[in-house]
Design a protein. Structure first.
Length: 129
């Protein structure tokens, strides 16, 4: 598909809207590689996220078609999350963004890391992509 500068900008803005949120990328990195995670596993793997925020971010990702949800009707209830095929296809794009960010001049890279919201919050490592 051929884009004009305007349509390209609109498309990228839509992608950013889907991925924006303090925790969405951390959630995605937890699910990359075909991992299926229970809600409680995600909660433990992402220190600092509240249960309410995790639910909200997962619902948004699910509504946007990036994350799938499997409900096992049992007692106690069991809910698992996984990336859809479309969500899994984000992996190379995010890996390319990570490489791009790592290529920033050292002074800029250290400043960005210090200024990033939640920079001290644990997240996924580069090797998790």
């Amino acid at each position: 598909m051929s884009h004009t500068p305007h349509t390209a900008a609109e498309s990228v803005q839509n992608v950013i809207r889907i991925l924006e949120g303090r925790w969405k990328l951390v959630i995605l990195f937890q699910l990359f590689g075909g991992h299926v995670r229970r809600f409680s596993d995600l909660e433990r793997a992402i220190p600092g996220i509240s249960q309410k925020m995790l639910i909200q971010q997962l619902r948004q990702l699910e509504n946007d078609g990036v994350v799938g949800r499997i409900v096992h009707h049992q007692v106690p209830p069991k809910v698992e999350y996984h990336l859809t095929d479309w969500g899994q296809s984000l992996c190379p794009a995010l890996d390319a963004l990570l490489l791009w960010a790592e290529g920033a001049p050292a002074e800029l890279r250290s400043r960005l890391i210090q200024e990033a919201p939640g920079a001290s919050a644990p997240g996924a490592e580069a090797g998790d992509v």
